[in-house]
Design a protein. Structure first.
Length: 458
């Protein structure tokens, strides 16, 4: 038998870019210090590390008009929130990646799905936990385990062979970092192994039509090659976010070949697995006493769903020469911009103050409509003047201090009214013709000074 030749290459842990030598900064994605050394086989046996998205062999080019375009078959997972963010159920033959930090609930969710779908014959491959541990977890979650096969294995060749004989309705692989293939020299969790594992699962899914849910860890430091590398291989990427010490978990779709992205599902971690939270506003506006300063509620939109979220801010005199600016769940650069607008356009001396900002529920917010609530929370803390808890905000703040209208202001207003808010501040440029405001008082403000005048007139 001919011995296989190997060579050493360098991979970027962040984007998977390959290089023949070490570099401090990845030329493809610009990240620093992410290149790792790996041994790969050269010569005949080396297959493409990246998936080839050809479903099966023997296919010939065909005219577009002859291709069957009937709607994909969707499988309902008996979980309203997961079905919704997948775009109406799991598509046959799709490869879905669930990413997130350790302990956030990836294994719980992916075991809960088969237990709540006893009509689906499921192959649950576990490389992280023993079969016994999975059993204990299943006992906690409850449900019907009669059609769920647990397979404790990490060698991909065995897993694919087993799956081909069993032909399940659903396959779960926990996790991509523990799986390895004999075709690749490097150790499990390395960039080449992760790519090969995903490529093998993708080929299997496309050839057989079995949907595969693949779990991948992301660590804060990115010390293991993570799901970032896989994003372009898989069909759907769902990412868990939120604080894994709290009870709420957010699952966001960041890529979906069969539906819209930026959809968000909210779950609560209970003693019996993850519970769907159908009205997220309830958890994002925590109940507390009236009269706390530094708190403002934003009527935001995440994906297609409007909900209300509490923004908290603390403004205090800077203890050191350079004031601190820190934001959780909000872009610090955007916070700095808003503070500069307050300083320059409304005359507040915030450059000598420390400013801390926090979004409730561990949510990461990117909707510009939150600007108005952020500005209001900062001013409220700065003046130590509490904003009544039945007021909310929806507006973007521009560089000259003007308040700009935001998308779907009408839906935000209606959601705020539904939740019992009495007053909402929006841009005076919003067109709200013919809107039935359902009893909520819509206050239109043109710029930041006007906001201060109406909000803090007391
Ligand atoms: P897990 O799903 O194993 O996270 P991951 O696979 O993303 O690493 O663990 C989730 C956490 O939730 C773990 O700390 C235990 C806890 N948990 C519950 O609170 N209730 C439950 O019913 C289960 C199964 C787990
Ligand atoms: Mg796990």
């Amino acid at each position: 038998m001919a011995t296989m030749k190997t060579k050493t290459v360098w991979f970027c842990k962040s984007c998977g870019n390959e290089s023949t030598k070490w570099m401090g900064r990845c030329p493809a994605c610009g990240e620093w210090n992410t290149m790792v050394e790996e041994t790969v086989a050269t010569g005949r046996k080396q297959g493409p590390a990246v998936a080839v998205s050809v479903p099966g062999s023997g296919h010939k080019p065909m005219p577009l008009k002859e291709i069957d375009s009937s709607v994909e078959n969707r499988i309902s997972l008996n979980n309203g929130e997961v079905d919704r963010i997948l775009g109406g159920g799991l598509v046959e033959g799709s490869l879905v990646l669930i990413g997130g930090e350790p302990g956030i609930g990836k294994s719980t969710l992916s075991l809960q799905i088969p237990l709540h779908c006893p009509h689906l014959k499921t192959l649950y491959v576990t490389g992280e936990e023993s079969a016994k541990q999975v059993k204990l977890r299943a006992a906690r979650i409850g449900g019907d385990d009669s059609n769920c096969m647990i397979y404790s294995e990490t060698l991909m060749e065995n897993i694919i062979a087993e799956a081909r004989t069993m032909m399940p309705d659903l396959m779960v692989v926990d996790s991509v970092q523990t799986m390895f293939s004999q075709n690749v020299e490097s150790s499990p969790g390395s960039v080449t192994q992760i790519k090969e594992t995903a490529a093998m699962l993708l080929r299997f899914a496309k050839e057989t039509g079995v949907p595969v849910i693949l779990i991948g860890h992301i660590t804060k430091e990115g010390s293991i090659a993570g799901p970032k590398i896989l994003e372009h291989i898989v069909d759907v990427v769902l990412q868990f976010e939120g604080d894994n010490r709290g009870t709420y978990r957010l699952l966001r779709s960041i890529k979906n070949r069969f539906g819209s992205t930026s959809e968000l599902a909210v779950f609560e971690m209970t003693g019996k697995g993850l519970r769907e939270v159908t009205n997220p506003s309830e958890m994002l506006i925590p109940m507390h006493e009236e009269g706390l300063s530094g708190v403002a509620v934003s009527a935001m939109l995440d994906g297609t769903r409007p909900f209300l979220i509490e923004v908290q801010s603390l403004v205090s005199s800077a203890a050191y020469g350079t004031p601190q600016r820190s934001a959780t769940g909000f872009d610090v650069r955007r916070l700095n911009m808003l503070l500069a607008v307050l300083e320059k356009r409304a005359g507040f001396k915030l450059s000598v103050k420390d400013v801390f900002l926090n979004m409730a529920g561990g949510l990461k917010v990117s909707d510009p409509a939150c600007d108005l609530a952020v500005v209001s929370a900062v001013l409220s803390s700065n003046f130590d003047f509490a904003i009544p808890s039945d007021i909310c905000f929806a507006g973007e703040v521009g560089l000259s201090g003007e308040i700009r209208p935001v998308a779907q202001t009408d839906r935000r207003i209606l959601e705020a009214a539904r939740l019992g808010f009495k007053k909402i501040y929006v841009s005076s440029f919003s067109s709200l013709e013919g809107l039935e405001t359902q009893g909520i008082d819509v206050v239109k403000v043109a710029d930041v000074p006007a906001l201060c005048r109406t909000l803090f007139k007391g």
